[in-house]
Write a protein that binds this ligand. Structure first.
Ligand code: HEM
Length: 140
C-alpha cells in the first residue's frame, strides 16, 4: 500500500502517449485517426473527483482493497500505464521495491534529514530535485 501510494502521488512516468488507429469519440470530442494523444497519470492521480478531497495526502490505506478499488474508476491508478502496451517491467519493479524494503526495514530505522527539501521535478521522469537525504539508524 505504501508503494502504491508513493507511485500515486509521484508517478515516475508523467506522460503516456497513444496514437489513435481510428477516429474516436471521447465525450464531446471527436479525435481523428492518426492523432497522438498524451495521457497524464499524474493528473488522474491528483483528481479529487476520483480520490476525494484528501487527494494530496499520503494515505496508503486507500489501497486496502487493492489498486482497482482505491478510486472511483478502476482505471484511475496507472503508474505503469494501461492496456496491452503497459509497462513490461511492472512485476519486476514491484518485486524489487518490496525486496529492498523487506531487507532494509528489519535492520534500520530511517527518516528524512532536516536538510530534505520537497521539490519534485520532471526531468525525463519525475524525481526529487535535490535528492532525498535520509538519516539511517541501525536497529539493535
Ligand atoms: C517504478 C518503476 C517503473 C515505472 C513507474 C514504469 C512505468 C512505465 C510506463 C508508464 C510505461 C508506459 C506504459 C503505457 O504506455 O501504457 C512503461 C513502459 C515500459 N516499461 Fe516500465 N516502468 C517501471 C520500471 C520498469 C522496469 C524495471 C522495466 C524493465 C525491467 C520496464 C520496462 C518497460 C518496457 C519494456 C516498456 C514498454 C512496453 C511496451 O511498449 O510494450 N519498466 N513503463
Amino acid at each position: 500500500m505504501i508503494i502504491h501510494e508513493s507511485l500515486r502521488l509521484y508517478p515516475p512516468a508523467v506522460f503516456i502517449v497513444r496514437k489513435l488507429k481510428r477516429t474516436t469519440r471521447f465525450g464531446e470530442l471527436i479525435i481523428p485517426s492518426g492523432i497522438e494523444i498524451v495521457l497524464s497519470p499524474i493528473a488522474v492521480h491528483h483528481d479529487p473527483g476520483q480520490w476525494g478531497n484528501d487527494v494530496n495526502l499520503f494515505k496508503p490505506e486507500r489501497f486496502l482493497q487493492g489498486p482497482v478499488n482505491a478510486a472511483k474508476s478502476p482505471m484511475a491508478f496507472l503508474p505503469f500505464g494501461y492496456g496491452p502496451r503497459n509497462c513490461a517491467g511492472l512485476n519486476f519493479a514491484n518485486l524489487e521495491a518490496k525486496l529492498a524494503l523487506s531487507m532494509i526495514l528489519p535492520r534500520y530505522a530511517f527518516m528524512p534529514s532536516p536538510s530534505y527539501r520537497h521539490a519534485p521535478i520532471m526531468r525525463l521522469t519525475l524525481g526529487p530535485q535535490h535528492g532525498v537525504p535520509i538519516i539511517i539508524n541501525p536497529l539493535q
